[in-house]
Design a protein around this ligand. Structure first.
Ligand code: NAP
Length: 263
Protein backbone atom coordinates (compact mmCIF):
# COMPACT_ATOMS: atom_id res chain seq x y z
CA UNK A 1 0.00 0.00 0.00
CA UNK A 2 1.48 3.38 -1.00
CA UNK A 3 -1.12 5.68 0.55
CA UNK A 4 1.57 8.03 1.90
CA UNK A 5 3.16 8.52 -1.54
CA UNK A 6 4.40 12.09 -1.95
CA UNK A 7 4.27 12.79 1.79
CA UNK A 8 7.30 13.83 3.78
CA UNK A 9 7.92 12.62 7.34
CA UNK A 10 10.38 13.93 9.92
CA UNK A 11 11.21 11.42 12.65
CA UNK A 12 13.11 12.90 15.61
CA UNK A 13 15.22 10.03 16.97
CA UNK A 14 14.63 8.03 13.79
CA UNK A 15 18.09 6.50 13.60
CA UNK A 16 17.52 3.62 16.00
CA UNK A 17 14.93 1.54 17.79
CA UNK A 18 11.28 2.47 17.55
CA UNK A 19 11.95 5.67 15.57
CA UNK A 20 13.93 3.78 12.93
CA UNK A 21 11.15 1.21 12.61
CA UNK A 22 8.64 4.02 12.16
CA UNK A 23 10.75 5.63 9.41
CA UNK A 24 10.89 2.33 7.53
CA UNK A 25 7.16 1.72 8.00
CA UNK A 26 6.25 5.17 6.70
CA UNK A 27 8.67 4.70 3.79
CA UNK A 28 7.05 1.37 2.95
CA UNK A 29 3.74 3.24 2.79
CA UNK A 30 5.30 5.70 0.32
CA UNK A 31 6.63 8.59 2.42
CA UNK A 32 10.01 10.26 2.02
CA UNK A 33 11.69 10.29 5.42
CA UNK A 34 14.09 12.57 7.27
CA UNK A 35 15.57 10.96 10.39
CA UNK A 36 17.56 12.72 13.08
CA UNK A 37 20.22 11.29 15.33
CA UNK A 38 22.23 12.76 18.19
CA UNK A 39 25.60 11.06 17.91
CA UNK A 40 25.30 7.80 16.01
CA UNK A 41 25.82 9.06 12.47
CA UNK A 42 26.40 5.56 11.15
CA UNK A 43 22.97 4.46 12.44
CA UNK A 44 21.39 7.55 10.87
CA UNK A 45 22.97 6.79 7.51
CA UNK A 46 22.00 3.11 7.74
CA UNK A 47 18.36 4.01 8.41
CA UNK A 48 18.36 6.34 5.41
CA UNK A 49 19.95 3.68 3.21
CA UNK A 50 17.03 1.40 4.08
CA UNK A 51 14.53 4.16 3.30
CA UNK A 52 16.21 4.69 -0.07
CA UNK A 53 16.26 0.94 -0.75
CA UNK A 54 12.45 1.15 -0.54
CA UNK A 55 12.53 3.69 -3.38
CA UNK A 56 11.92 6.79 -1.24
CA UNK A 57 14.01 9.86 -0.62
CA UNK A 58 15.78 9.85 2.72
CA UNK A 59 17.96 12.20 4.69
CA UNK A 60 19.77 11.78 8.03
CA UNK A 61 20.50 14.96 9.98
CA UNK A 62 22.38 15.44 13.25
CA UNK A 63 20.30 17.04 15.97
CA UNK A 64 21.07 17.19 19.65
CA UNK A 65 17.75 17.86 21.33
CA UNK A 66 19.45 19.04 24.50
CA UNK A 67 19.47 22.25 22.45
CA UNK A 68 15.81 22.52 21.44
CA UNK A 69 16.36 25.64 19.32
CA UNK A 70 18.31 23.44 16.86
CA UNK A 71 15.05 21.78 15.81
CA UNK A 72 14.17 24.88 13.80
CA UNK A 73 17.36 24.50 11.75
CA UNK A 74 16.42 20.91 10.90
CA UNK A 75 12.87 21.85 9.91
CA UNK A 76 14.28 24.64 7.69
CA UNK A 77 16.45 22.04 5.99
CA UNK A 78 13.41 19.82 5.43
CA UNK A 79 11.61 22.80 3.88
CA UNK A 80 14.58 23.51 1.61
CA UNK A 81 15.02 19.91 0.46
CA UNK A 82 11.41 18.73 0.27
CA UNK A 83 9.27 21.91 0.21
CA UNK A 84 6.71 20.30 2.52
CA UNK A 85 6.24 18.39 5.75
CA UNK A 86 3.30 16.09 6.39
CA UNK A 87 4.19 13.89 9.36
CA UNK A 88 6.16 14.83 12.47
CA UNK A 89 7.10 11.98 14.82
CA UNK A 90 8.72 12.75 18.19
CA UNK A 91 10.48 9.55 19.27
CA UNK A 92 13.77 10.70 20.81
CA UNK A 93 14.21 10.51 24.58
CA UNK A 94 17.03 10.23 27.08
CA UNK A 95 17.35 10.65 30.82
CA UNK A 96 19.54 9.84 33.81
CA UNK A 97 17.92 6.82 35.48
CA UNK A 98 18.22 8.08 39.06
CA UNK A 99 15.95 8.45 42.09
CA UNK A 100 14.38 11.90 42.22
CA UNK A 101 16.39 12.92 45.29
CA UNK A 102 19.57 12.36 43.27
CA UNK A 103 18.49 14.22 40.13
CA UNK A 104 20.85 17.15 39.52
CA UNK A 105 19.40 20.34 38.04
CA UNK A 106 21.10 19.60 34.71
CA UNK A 107 19.50 16.11 34.61
CA UNK A 108 16.09 17.69 35.03
CA UNK A 109 16.77 20.33 32.40
CA UNK A 110 18.16 17.87 29.84
CA UNK A 111 15.33 15.35 30.16
CA UNK A 112 12.73 18.06 29.68
CA UNK A 113 14.72 19.72 26.88
CA UNK A 114 15.07 16.51 24.85
CA UNK A 115 11.39 15.57 25.15
CA UNK A 116 9.10 18.46 26.01
CA UNK A 117 10.91 21.63 24.92
CA UNK A 118 12.09 20.05 21.69
CA UNK A 119 8.62 18.79 20.93
CA UNK A 120 7.13 22.26 21.37
CA UNK A 121 9.90 23.76 19.20
CA UNK A 122 9.35 21.07 16.56
CA UNK A 123 5.61 21.66 16.44
CA UNK A 124 6.07 25.44 16.18
CA UNK A 125 8.53 25.04 13.31
CA UNK A 126 6.68 22.22 11.54
CA UNK A 127 3.06 23.38 11.56
CA UNK A 128 3.61 26.32 9.16
CA UNK A 129 4.85 23.75 6.62
CA UNK A 130 1.91 21.39 7.11
CA UNK A 131 -1.18 21.43 4.94
CA UNK A 132 -4.54 20.00 5.95
CA UNK A 133 -3.94 16.29 6.56
CA UNK A 134 -0.80 16.96 8.59
CA UNK A 135 0.00 14.49 11.34
CA UNK A 136 1.86 14.91 14.62
CA UNK A 137 2.67 11.74 16.57
CA UNK A 138 4.37 11.49 19.96
CA UNK A 139 5.96 8.32 21.34
CA UNK A 140 5.10 8.28 25.03
CA UNK A 141 5.85 5.56 27.58
CA UNK A 142 4.48 3.52 30.51
CA UNK A 143 6.20 5.97 32.90
CA UNK A 144 3.67 8.66 31.96
CA UNK A 145 1.00 6.85 33.98
CA UNK A 146 2.84 4.29 36.16
CA UNK A 147 5.64 4.98 38.65
CA UNK A 148 8.85 3.35 37.41
CA UNK A 149 12.21 3.11 39.19
CA UNK A 150 14.61 5.74 37.83
CA UNK A 151 12.01 7.09 35.41
CA UNK A 152 10.79 10.04 37.51
CA UNK A 153 11.88 12.77 35.13
CA UNK A 154 11.20 10.85 31.93
CA UNK A 155 7.73 9.96 33.19
CA UNK A 156 7.07 13.62 33.98
CA UNK A 157 8.24 14.54 30.48
CA UNK A 158 6.03 11.88 28.85
CA UNK A 159 3.00 12.93 30.92
CA UNK A 160 3.59 16.51 29.78
CA UNK A 161 3.72 15.35 26.18
CA UNK A 162 0.46 13.44 26.52
CA UNK A 163 -1.08 16.64 27.87
CA UNK A 164 0.35 18.59 24.93
CA UNK A 165 -1.17 16.01 22.57
CA UNK A 166 -4.61 17.00 23.82
CA UNK A 167 -4.15 20.76 23.72
CA UNK A 168 -2.44 20.67 20.32
CA UNK A 169 -5.25 18.52 18.95
CA UNK A 170 -7.64 21.23 20.11
CA UNK A 171 -5.59 24.06 18.64
CA UNK A 172 -4.66 22.43 15.33
CA UNK A 173 -7.87 20.55 14.57
CA UNK A 174 -9.36 23.34 12.47
CA UNK A 175 -6.27 23.24 10.23
CA UNK A 176 -6.96 19.55 9.51
CA UNK A 177 -3.90 18.52 11.49
CA UNK A 178 -4.27 15.66 13.98
CA UNK A 179 -2.11 15.10 17.04
CA UNK A 180 -1.87 11.75 18.79
CA UNK A 181 0.36 9.77 21.10
CA UNK A 182 1.42 6.14 21.05
CA UNK A 183 2.27 4.60 24.41
CA UNK A 184 4.23 1.37 23.97
CA UNK A 185 4.74 -1.10 26.78
CA UNK A 186 8.04 -2.93 26.95
CA UNK A 187 9.59 -3.01 23.47
CA UNK A 188 12.89 -4.77 22.87
CA UNK A 189 15.40 -2.10 21.83
CA UNK A 190 18.94 -1.06 22.84
CA UNK A 191 17.46 1.38 25.35
CA UNK A 192 15.10 -1.06 27.05
CA UNK A 193 17.97 -3.57 27.35
CA UNK A 194 20.14 -0.88 28.93
CA UNK A 195 17.40 0.05 31.37
CA UNK A 196 16.88 -3.53 32.59
CA UNK A 197 20.60 -4.27 32.80
CA UNK A 198 22.13 -1.00 33.99
CA UNK A 199 19.10 0.89 35.32
CA UNK A 200 17.69 -2.02 37.35
CA UNK A 201 20.76 -4.29 37.51
CA UNK A 202 18.81 -7.31 36.21
CA UNK A 203 19.75 -10.24 34.05
CA UNK A 204 18.14 -9.29 30.74
CA UNK A 205 16.87 -12.69 29.63
CA UNK A 206 15.42 -13.53 33.06
CA UNK A 207 13.71 -10.12 33.29
CA UNK A 208 12.22 -10.45 29.80
CA UNK A 209 10.93 -13.92 30.68
CA UNK A 210 9.16 -12.51 33.76
CA UNK A 211 7.69 -9.69 31.71
CA UNK A 212 6.52 -12.20 29.13
CA UNK A 213 4.67 -14.16 31.82
CA UNK A 214 3.05 -10.97 33.14
CA UNK A 215 1.82 -9.87 29.73
CA UNK A 216 -1.62 -11.15 28.71
CA UNK A 217 -0.47 -11.97 25.15
CA UNK A 218 2.50 -13.86 26.67
CA UNK A 219 5.27 -12.08 24.82
CA UNK A 220 7.16 -8.82 25.05
CA UNK A 221 6.82 -6.15 22.38
CA UNK A 222 8.82 -5.72 19.21
CA UNK A 223 9.32 -2.53 17.23
CA UNK A 224 7.14 -4.09 14.51
CA UNK A 225 4.22 -4.15 16.96
CA UNK A 226 4.25 -0.36 17.28
CA UNK A 227 4.93 0.63 13.68
CA UNK A 228 1.56 -0.29 12.08
CA UNK A 229 -0.28 1.89 14.63
CA UNK A 230 1.92 4.86 13.74
CA UNK A 231 1.39 4.14 10.03
CA UNK A 232 -2.35 4.20 10.63
CA UNK A 233 -2.21 7.46 12.61
CA UNK A 234 -0.19 9.01 9.76
CA UNK A 235 -2.72 7.93 7.13
CA UNK A 236 -5.77 9.74 5.76
CA UNK A 237 -7.94 6.99 7.28
CA UNK A 238 -7.16 8.39 10.77
CA UNK A 239 -8.41 11.92 10.09
CA UNK A 240 -11.15 11.67 12.78
CA UNK A 241 -8.79 10.38 15.49
CA UNK A 242 -7.08 13.15 17.42
CA UNK A 243 -6.00 14.11 20.93
CA UNK A 244 -5.58 10.49 22.03
CA UNK A 245 -2.66 8.54 23.40
CA UNK A 246 -3.11 4.90 22.53
CA UNK A 247 -1.53 2.24 24.73
CA UNK A 248 -0.06 -0.67 22.75
CA UNK A 249 1.53 -3.08 25.21
CA UNK A 250 0.08 -6.58 24.81
CA UNK A 251 -2.05 -5.84 27.88
CA UNK A 252 0.95 -5.43 30.22
CA UNK A 253 -0.41 -2.37 32.03
CA UNK A 254 -4.05 -3.43 32.38
CA UNK A 255 -3.22 -6.25 34.78
CA UNK A 256 -3.65 -5.48 38.46
CA UNK A 257 -0.60 -6.17 40.67
CA UNK A 258 -3.07 -8.18 42.83
CA UNK A 259 -3.08 -10.90 40.16
CA UNK A 260 0.71 -11.28 40.56
CA UNK A 261 0.79 -11.79 44.32
CA UNK A 262 1.57 -15.50 44.04
CA UNK A 263 4.65 -14.88 41.81
N1 NAP B 1 11.88 0.60 24.19
C1 NAP B 1 10.83 0.63 24.99
O1 NAP B 1 10.51 -0.36 25.70
C2 NAP B 1 9.97 1.85 25.07
C3 NAP B 1 8.76 1.75 25.75
C4 NAP B 1 7.95 2.86 25.83
C5 NAP B 1 8.35 4.05 25.23
N2 NAP B 1 9.52 4.12 24.58
C6 NAP B 1 9.88 5.40 23.96
O2 NAP B 1 10.10 5.20 22.59
C7 NAP B 1 11.07 6.14 22.12
C8 NAP B 1 12.19 5.42 21.42
O3 NAP B 1 12.77 4.50 22.33
P1 NAP B 1 13.83 3.41 21.84
O4 NAP B 1 13.81 2.31 22.85
O5 NAP B 1 13.56 3.09 20.40
O6 NAP B 1 15.21 4.22 22.00
P2 NAP B 1 16.62 4.10 21.27
O7 NAP B 1 16.73 2.81 20.53
O8 NAP B 1 17.63 4.38 22.31
O9 NAP B 1 16.57 5.31 20.25
C9 NAP B 1 16.62 6.60 20.78
C10 NAP B 1 16.73 7.61 19.65
O10 NAP B 1 16.73 8.91 20.25
C11 NAP B 1 17.92 9.61 19.86
N3 NAP B 1 18.39 10.47 20.93
C12 NAP B 1 18.76 10.11 22.19
N4 NAP B 1 19.20 11.20 22.88
C13 NAP B 1 19.07 12.25 22.04
C14 NAP B 1 19.35 13.64 22.14
N5 NAP B 1 19.90 14.19 23.23
N6 NAP B 1 19.09 14.42 21.06
C15 NAP B 1 18.59 13.89 19.94
N7 NAP B 1 18.31 12.60 19.76
C16 NAP B 1 18.55 11.78 20.81
C17 NAP B 1 18.92 8.51 19.52
O11 NAP B 1 19.97 9.02 18.67
P3 NAP B 1 21.51 8.47 18.89
O12 NAP B 1 21.46 7.00 18.63
O13 NAP B 1 22.33 9.20 17.89
O14 NAP B 1 21.88 8.78 20.31
C18 NAP B 1 18.00 7.49 18.85
O15 NAP B 1 17.74 7.87 17.51
C19 NAP B 1 11.53 6.93 23.35
O16 NAP B 1 10.80 8.13 23.41
C20 NAP B 1 11.16 6.03 24.51
O17 NAP B 1 10.94 6.75 25.70
C21 NAP B 1 10.35 3.06 24.48
Amino acid sequence: MADLAGRVALILGGSRGIGRGIALGLARRGADCVVTYRADERAGRAAVAEVQALGRRGLALPLDLREPEQVGVVVERVAKEFSRLDVLVASAAATAFRPMLEQKPHNVTKTLAISVQSFVAAVQAAVPLMASGGRIIVISGIDSHQAMTGHGMLGAAKAAMESLVRVLALELGERGITVNGVNPGFIETDSSRLYLQQGLGLDYDAAVERLRRHTPVRRVGRVEDVVPLVEYLASDAASFLTGQTIVIDGGLTIVSPLTRLED
